[in-house]
Design a protein around this ligand. Structure first.
Ligand SMILES: *Cc1c(COP(=O)(O)O)cnc(C)c1O
Length: 413
């Protein structure tokens, strides 16, 4: 079998430094960091002039279709530190029937459920774990709503790094079990994800482990940004009009926004940007509330609840980065109810045969609502993000029973 050059090639990395996302203050690359001195997320910066000279669209086109094809824009310096489970490029699946019903001519889904561990958390965590290996980390702890913990467990086991994962007690059962099955120690906590995060932060302060919470670790966002790089390349270097993104901690939205700037610096795209729409659930919508109030930060949402557990994040440390990207893009933030999420999940599965996860279904519900309210146009090119396979979530039992020993009227089946 041919080896994957993306995983074996020399890695000319162009990382210059890390930067505080609030103050612009510089931090040295190649050492372990959590937040900046001021308590803000760090962003990885590259020499994009040199990266642009090293990478052409043509060279890229010849590489295998996985996220490691973007190596000039990724932080891992040494090939032997790449920890991979096959992070394939994900398809963009059109939803023609659903689009026709809700009045959007060009509606499609970037289906991230095809990634290892069944969610796009694999993109972020494969990068974070590869960097943890490169920087010599031996023990990691992380709070999770489920999918991130599963990806962490899998890649950490592969990298030989010990992990402790804390999740809310009502995290979907399959998530809790897959985390344990893939080698992490998982604890169900009687609290929400930010309360799990507080326990992780205390342990990190005592020197027990490295804190891998969303955006407190700078490399996850570099993995997540490949969604934006990949999307634009797949669309023939054309930028869609609107992206609907299910927003919890916001890593993916912030990462894609960063990716677009990097693609422009490389000369691969122009100045056009998609309008970024942050989608949340009505039972947990801190970003929507802050967007509508014109605030830069989003205070904690009390009593957070929704069936879309991946976006049940009451307080996001990167709130200002999410809000900034949404506003700079000309987009908006919108909340949908659990009933609307369930209806959208059913609609996509029955009309177009694509089973979404509840968070992905939230983006469809939001697109429907935004279209009905005239916030997007019938001829906009719209991309939704389905961030996990729908198979990870409890599904309603819609089956019937059949007694094979009695008379069967086949016409009635
Ligand atoms: C984590 C998660 C999200 C939210 O992603 P962020 O980039 O952290 O906002 C959305 N959907 C699913 C399925 C997730 O697991």
């Amino acid at each position: 079998m041919k080896t994957n050059d993306n995983l074996t090639a020399e890695r000319p990395t162009f990382v210059t430094h890390l930067e505080c996302s609030m103050t612009g203050e510089r931090y040295e690359a190649d050492r372990l960091h959590n937040l900046s001195a001021g308590g803000w997320p760090l962003l990885v910066r590259y020499d994009l002039v040199a990266a642009g000279a090293a990478l052409t669209r043509e060279a890229l086109a010849a590489r295998p279709m996985d996220l490691w094809r973007w190596r000039e824009l990724l932080p891992v310096r040494r090939t032997e530190n790449v920890v991979s489970l096959g992070e394939t490029a994900t398809p963009i699946v059109p939803l023609p029937a659903t689009g026709a019903r809700i009045g959007i001519g060009d509606l499609s889904v970037k289906d991230e459920g095809r990634l290892p561990t069944g969610s796009f958390k694999a993109r972020g965590l494969v990068m974070a774990l590869s960097m943890a290996k490169e920087l010599g980390t031996t023990k990691i702890a992380m709070p999770t709503n489920g999918n991130a913990g599963a990806a962490l467990a899998a890649y950490a086991s592969r990298a030989g790094i010990e992990t402790v994962v804390l999740c809310p007690a009502d995290t979907p059962e399959v998530n809790v079990r897959e985390i344990a099955a893939q080698g992490a120690r998982v604890y169900r906590v009687n609290g929400l994800i930010d309360q799990c995060g507080a326990i992780v932060a205390e342990g990190a302060k005592k020197g027990e482990w490295f804190d891998f919470s969303t955006l407190k670790e700078p490399y996850r966002i570099e993995g997540k940004k490949t969604m934006g790089l990949e999307l634009i390349e797949q669309l023939g270097w054309d930028v869609p009009d609107v992206i609907f993104y299910p927003t919890g901690g916001g890593t993916g939205l912030i990462g894609m926004w960063k990716a677009f700037d990097e693609l422009e610096a490389l000369g691969f795209i122009g100045t056009k940007r998609p309008r970024m729409v942050a989608v949340q659930a009505e039972g947990c919508a801190p970003i929507v509330r802050a967007f509508e109030a014109g605030e830069d930060h989003a205070p904690r949402w009390e009593d957070a609840h929704t069936i879309a557990s991946g976006i049940r994040v009451p307080k996001a440390i990167g709130d200002f980065l999410i809000l900034r990207a949404v506003r700079d893009s000309g987009g908006f933030a919108i909340a949908v109810s659990d009933a609307e999420i369930a209806a959208a999940l059913d609609e996509s599965a029955t009309a177009d045969g694509l089973l979404l996860c509840p968070e992905g279904a939230a983006t469809l519900a939001a697109a429907k609502k935004a279209r009905a309210e005239g916030r997007i146009d019938a001829n906009d090119k719209v991309v939704l993000f389905n961030c996990a396979t729908g198979l990870k979530y409890p599904l309603p039992d819609l089956s019937r029973t059949l007694d094979r020993t009695g008379p069967i009227d086949h016409a009635l089946l």
